[in-house]
Design a protein around this ligand. Structure first.
Ligand code: NAD
Ligand code: SER
Length: 319
């Protein structure tokens, strides 16, 4: 990777991945593009472009303008919002992604488009979900992710486009709030713990899902894109995980720092229904073997860091 175009760079992952890419590959070599760039964002320290991923010519123009060799495609409509706006989720998740692949084919770019735990469904083995298994998701978001995996492999096999991807679990972070997914609760719980000492969870006790702290998610993207292609037996997409947790486990860990914290439940049927179809825990052995995937954060270390950073934001009056 030398010159990188990050599409969807102002979202939860992009707002932290883009600065890290700039740190490693230089500020001027990483272009932050989004449908809604925010002018007061720290991303304005480098090149920023307004871009609609459904406009293939606009992507091609940016690739030419900045001599881009790698497209990091983060534009998506996440699971919960996707169930309310399925056609929009399809248009951005599939047509937008196909635009990236076509531009990459014509310009010789590599492409990273994350998949998700949402690429699995109720027929998938829920525990220790294998790398290669049944993928029959029930959500439009999941349908876009399976389509993205298949199309990315197709472009690699047919045209030699260097496509690589991971199936991200729920990402927990403290810079930008999540964008409307089923796993958002695992971020919100830390903010509410700091702000009010109480959280109302939309997912029930015992709802186990894979999760990961943002620094590991960033490392996964960069390490996979830098990996030796000869060692990759899989490409789109690799299971990766850092922890399999439910709301009770997060609450118990928060209580070690904030003993008065209270967790109550008000189940949201749409989110609970989605979570019930996703794996409890994924087997990420292939990622470990083929490109050295290994998470650095667990529930204990992540919770301590989240409460510290969110606590500092609260003290400054930023949240
Ligand atoms: P997000 O919703 O926070 O950010 C998406 C960004 O895409 C937003 O800034 C939005 O403005 C932008 N966008 C929307 N429509 C666009 C368009 N037409 N053209 C250009 N940009 C557009 O999402 P995220 O959480 O940062 O996720 C990034 C990627 O990682 C997605 O593919 C998502 O499916 C995947 N993923 C995320 C998680 C997670 O927990 N955050 C988990 C698994 C997979
Ligand atoms: N965090 C995402 C969601 O819940 C998972 O891909 O939609």
């Amino acid at each position: 990777m030398k010159n990188i175009l990050v599409i969807g760079s102002f979202g939860q992952i992009g707002s932290e991945l883009t600065p890290e890419l700039r740190k490693r590959y230089s500020i001027s070599n990483v272009v932050a593009a989004d449908l809604c760039p925010k002018p007061d964002s720290p991303l304005s320290e480098g090149p920023v472009e307004k871009l609609d991923i459904t406009d293939a010519q606009a992507i091609a123009d940016l690739v030419k303008k900045y001599s881009i060799d790698t497209i990091v495609n983060l534009a998506a409509i996440l699971s919960a919002v996707g169930e309310k706006k399925p056609m929009l989720a399809w248009n951005i998740g599939v047509n937008g992604m196909l635009n990236c692949l076509e531009v990459a084919r014509e310009s010789g770019c590599a492409v990273f488009t994350p998949s998700s735990i949402a690429a699995f469904g109720p027929d998938t083995p829920a525990d220790n979900t294998p790398q290669d298994t049944i993928q029959r998701p029930c959500t439009m978001y999941g349908v876009t992710k399976v389509t993205g995996e298949l199309m990315s492999d197709y472009y690699f096999k047919k045209y030699g486009v260097d496509t690589r991807s991971v199936r991200y679990p729920g990402i927990i972070s403290n810079v930008t709030m999540p964008g409307g997914g089923t796993t958002d609760y695992a971020v919100e719980i830390y903010y509410d713990a700091v702000k009010s000492g109480r959280y109302v969870s939309p997912l029930g006790a015992g709802t186990f899902l894979d999760m990961m702290y943002m620094p590991d998610a960033i490392d996964a993207c960069i390490n996979l894109m830098e990996a030796d292609p000869l060692k990759l037996r899989h490409r789109n997409s690799f299971n990766i995980s850092a922890m399999s947790i439910d709301p009770e486990m997060i609450a118990a860990e928060i209580k070690k720092h904030l003993p008065g914290f209270e967790l109550v439940y008000d189940i949201e049927p749409i989110k609970q229904g989605i979570a019930n179809t996703w794996p409890n825990s994924m087997d990420d052995q292939c990622a470990r073997e083929e490109w050295g995937w290994k998470p650095n954060w667990n529930l204990q270390t992540m919770t301590a860091d989240m409460l510290k950073v969110v606590g500092e934001k609260f003290a400054k009056g930023v949240i």
